[in-house]
Write a protein that binds this ligand. Structure first.
Ligand SMILES: [Zn+2]
Length: 297
């Protein structure tokens, strides 16, 4: 699954190569890629055609495009101003900007012709991802798609309120890793970055959130921010060759992770062998010495 840094890499690629372009036509070749748009592929195409991409946005792992007034006047939406194109990357989704003459990728499920001769293509081998349209709503001073309205700000959001999130976490009588993965408390954190941040903060993921001190949670949230910022600096983290950035160039670099995926390797801090445990049906990696498990309650 792409996590926040991976999605941000895609967003930056779209900001550079697709923003300002007009969608001259949208063709859906695999209906599953638009299954979240209940009005269907023809409606999605009609609503998008003629709109100019105004900006590429992200909150947590959610990515969307907004539009300004339609210069061609052919869009079914009156102006496009109240519309968001939400891009679900799923497990393997890619947003590629390619010359229209470039060979079409085997798993290109949606193709949008841009007014500069390029095509914006949604390629998704595993078809968990797709495009859908949503209205825009204002929540807490930010305009977001209505389908994203329940998603909390992520740690890289300039308006992320660390103290408010610390308070929200301490109100949860459940495991801290579960809270980190709860996108309504703080967004953008997936399994990899949760394990990395917990390792840095020296906390075991099954510690109960409500029992952690404010300083410990500040340290943990700062670790989340740091690990994401570092991953972003090298283009995101992925073990999956399917992820490529908006230009089709691999934007995902395996970076050295301190905990995730390192079962039986020595801890960088203390040398103890890292362990793998199951949590929420996924593998969690931690140091048995630096991250003490809580006593059974
Ligand atoms: Zn250790």
């Amino acid at each position: 699954m792409p996590e926040l840094p991976e999605v941000e890499v895609v967003r930056r690629g779209l900001a550079e190569h697709a923003v300002g372009r007009v969608l001259e036509g949208v063709t859906v070749t695999h209906p599953r890629a638009v299954r979240r748009h209940v009005a269907g592929p023809a409606d999605l195409s009609a609503q998008l055609t003629g709109l100019r991409i105004e900006a590429a946005h992200r909150r947590g792992k959610y990515l969307w495009l907004t539009f300004d007034a339609t210069p061609l006047g052919t869009g079914a939406s009156a102006t496009g101003l109240d519309l968001a194109l939400v891009v679900h990357l799923g497990m393997s989704g890619q947003m590629l900007v390619q010359p229209a003459a470039a060979p079409v990728e085997k798993h290109a499920h949606i193709r949008a012709v841009l007014d500069d001769g390029a095509e914006l293509r949604f390629v998704d081998q595993r078809t968990f991802g797709g495009w859908s349209l949503a209205g825009l709503v204002e929540v807490d001073g930010s305009v977001v798609p209505d389908t994203v309205a329940h998603i909390a700000r992520d740690p890289l959001d300039p308006r992320f309120d660390r103290e408010a999130v610390v308070a929200a976490i301490r109100a949860k009588n459940t495991e801290i890793k579960r809270v980190l993965l709860d996108q309504t408390v703080v967004s953008g954190i997936g399994n990899i970055y949760a394990d990395e941040a917990l390792w840095r903060a020296g906390l075991h993921g099954t510690r109960i959130a409500a029992t952690l001190t404010r300083p410990a949670l500040r340290t943990l949230l700062d670790a989340v921010t740091a690990v994401m910022t570092e991953a972003l600096a090298v283009g995101g983290t992925s073990f999956d060759a399917l992820y490529v950035n908006v230009n089709g160039e691999s934007g995902y670099f395996s970076r050295s992770l301190a905990a995730y995926g390192r079962e039986n390797e020595p801890c960088d801090r203390c040398g103890a062998l890292l362990i793998r445990e199951q949590f929420m049906n996924r593998s969690s990696f931690s140091c048995p010495t630096c991250q003490r498990k809580p006593r059974r309650r």
